[in-house]
Design a protein around this ligand. Structure first.
Ligand code: PGA
Length: 256
């Protein structure tokens, strides 16, 4: 059987590093051992994107933005248009829990960002996940379903080829408390089932579903070995190029 899903390991640098430090890390990654069968991306702060794109151009590391706005142009002080990223930036991330919870971003706003990004030539990583309180109340799947249904409302199935879902339990982000492989698999499998219901079986089978939340070189292999996990969205460890490269290596051989 031919592999349909190439694993993706994306490093979300969040609001860390100066431009100079970022360029150094990008060069370190390029000089590292990057397996052919894993797609690698870094999501640095907006200020870094253009100079880092120049450094990474032609190499095997893709570049992405951590957010994007839902309009193309206009009086939106401080926002970044998807039109300004098109043509050179590979990915945008939308719906990260830090934006949802610290900045009050709603499901509807995540949807608008996703659809506007898709109207440009961008690939979109959509992050979903439950809080600890929601997990303890037994609401994990209901929350994830709600976030997926809202994000992908009215999206054309053909555009799903440019979408990736990242399941990131909020309680696992930056806490050192990783979901167990079984917990992560259970929700990633449910994400795929929901995509099948929202679109069709082909979309469910072809869409990459990542796990994120305290992924390290020590736990990555077990997580990525799960049948419905197609790589990871990595925060803290992505700031350490040597360890990040070990996380990337752990995704090698997991294409499905
Ligand atoms: P973490 O962050 O790896 O530091 O837990 C993951 C994320 O927020 O994407």
């Amino acid at each position: 059987m031919t592999a349909r899903r190439t694993p993706l390991v994306a490093g979300n640098w969040k609001m860390n590093t100066t431009v100079g430090e970022g360029l150094d890390k990008a060069r370190e990654l390029l000089a590292g051992d990057l397996p052919e069968d894993v797609e690698v991306a870094v999501l640095p702060p907006f200020t870094h994107l253009w100079p880092m794109h120049a450094v990474l151009q032609g190499g095997r590391v893709r570049i992405g933005a951590q957010d994007v706005f839902w309009e193309d142009a206009g009086a939106y002080t401080g926002e970044v248009s998807p039109a300004s990223l098109e043509g050179w930036c590979d990915y945008v991330l939308v719906g990260h829990s830090e934006r949802r919870h610290l900045l009050g971003e709603t499901d509807e706003q995540v949807h608008r960002k996703l659809s506007r990004a898709l109207s440009h030539d961008l690939q979109v990583i959509v992050a979903v996940g439950e809080t600890l309180q929601e997990r303890e109340a037994g609401e994990t799947l209901a929350v994830v379903h709600r976030q997926l249904d809202a994000a992908f409302d009215g999206i054309d199935g053909a555009a799903m080829a440019r979408c990736v879902v990242a399941y990131e339990p909020v309680w696992a982000i930056g806490t050192g408390r990783t979901a167990t492989p079984e917990q992560a698999q259970e929700v990633c499998e449910a994400v795929r089932a929901r995509l099948t219901r929202l679109f069709d079986g082909a979309v469910g089978a072809a869409t990459r579903v990542l796990y994120g939340g305290s992924v390290t070189a020590a736990n990555a292999a077990e997580l990525f070995a799960q049948p419905d996990i197609d790589g990871g969205l990595v925060g803290g460890v992505s700031l350490k190029p040597a360890e990040f490269l070990r996380v990337v290596a752990a995704a090698s051989g997991t294409a499905r």
